[in-house]
Design a protein around this ligand. Sequence first.
Ligand code: FAD
Length: 406
Amino acid sequence: MNKYNTAVIGAGPAGMMAAIIASQNGKRVALIEKNAQPGRKLLATGNGRCNLTNKYISTGRYHGASPEFIKTVLGQFNQTAAMKFFNNLGLVLKEEDNGRIFPRTNQSSSVAEVMRLALVEHGVHILLNTQVKAIERQGVWKVLLNNQSALKTDSLIIATGGRAAHYLGSTGDGLYWAQKLGHSLTPIHAALVPMETVETWPKEIQGIKVEAGIRATSNDNKIGETTGDLLFTSYGVSGTAAMALAGSIAPLLKTSRVRLHIDLFPDMTKEELDLIILHIFQNAGKRTLRGSLIGLLPDRIIPVVARFAKLDEHKQAGKISHANRLEIVRVLKDITLTVSKLRPMKEAQVTAGGIDTREIKPQSLESKLMKGLYFAGEIIDVDGDSGGFNLQWAWSSGHLAGMSAE
Ligand SMILES: Cc1cc2nc3c(=O)[nH]c(=O)nc-3n(C[C@H](O)[C@H](O)[C@H](O)COP(=O)(O)OP(=O)(O)OC[C@H]3O[C@@H](n4cnc5c(N)ncnc54)[C@H](O)[C@@H]3O)c2cc1C
């Protein structure tokens, strides 16, 4: 039976980082992955472009564990260190809006490939198409594999991800093993996931994407606010802005009425928007309401807005009263949707919840319950906002576990 100093389960971003760092530290390392290639989810990130970190990482952009835990982990390998790490692997980076960092190639495969090459160059023993079936503590760790074989290791890093997008490999196996070893899990639900709505009008305008402000309320109390892409779909809403609110909405859905208040003009006050519409109507000649607003709004949204403002879309724009115009402005600044449920976990980008961080040492990511057992990545009860925060968590926690593994 092969014997290693460190075995890492899961060749996602966290596991690959942990394996590279442990091997750099002179350890004999095995990296075990059930997929045929490492980093399958990494390849899907950022719409295939991989938003690998963010210039503005801060604990406020993370949820789940206590800010002190997150700060301790991020502080040991922050975004600057991660960017330097990738530069040293030959990956050229670029910054986009809101501090988001991407590979200059615009291809997530560049990130996955420089990491794979680093693993090979550091002599990490990569076992692909190899599913871990069980782990046992027998003095050292024994890892049982799907092909009836097993390996032994002094330290074990579990980096099997959460439950989001399970078709890419993260089926929650590590969460199950951790629980069997005595660890507690915090409630697990989807974060960064689209939402279904009670109202069916989004179906009428499915496929339309707008830049919107969204305020989420629970029984009329504000629970979150974002600005960004909003995509109308056959079932409700998607897009980065809508998905970003899912994590805070999920725990409240069963017990309260959750609504999304959509502002289609977040960059304007009501007065500014009213002046623009007044100008349009004054110059509309014989055009209808729909015809006159065609340069202001995506065409298919106009009938929806007209309906909410209780106006006939065929009415002549020049004949619309001041009060009706103000009603149009009110609707454009606050169209409301009621959330019925979140889309399933397989459509989520991230899992909220995971291994309770009160049972993990923040200085090393070693289990407080089992010596020689470490965790890294999304399996831990930490989830970040959209914008490169989740991959930074994978890099930081993977690096720390790889440094610490004895
Ligand atoms: C569509 C999509 C887009 C995203 N875009 C971004 C983005 O642009 N920026 C960002 O910061 N975050 C993004 N994320 C989130 C980010 O990808 C994850 O947070 C990150 O991949 C988590 O890394 P991880 O290593 O912890 O887990 P994972 O990437 O899930 O890797 C876990 C690995 O463990 C393997 N594994 C599981 N069980 C076993 C087993 N029993 N035996 C062997 N191997 C096993 C899996 O096959 C998998 O390869 C996106 C997520 C999705 C789904």
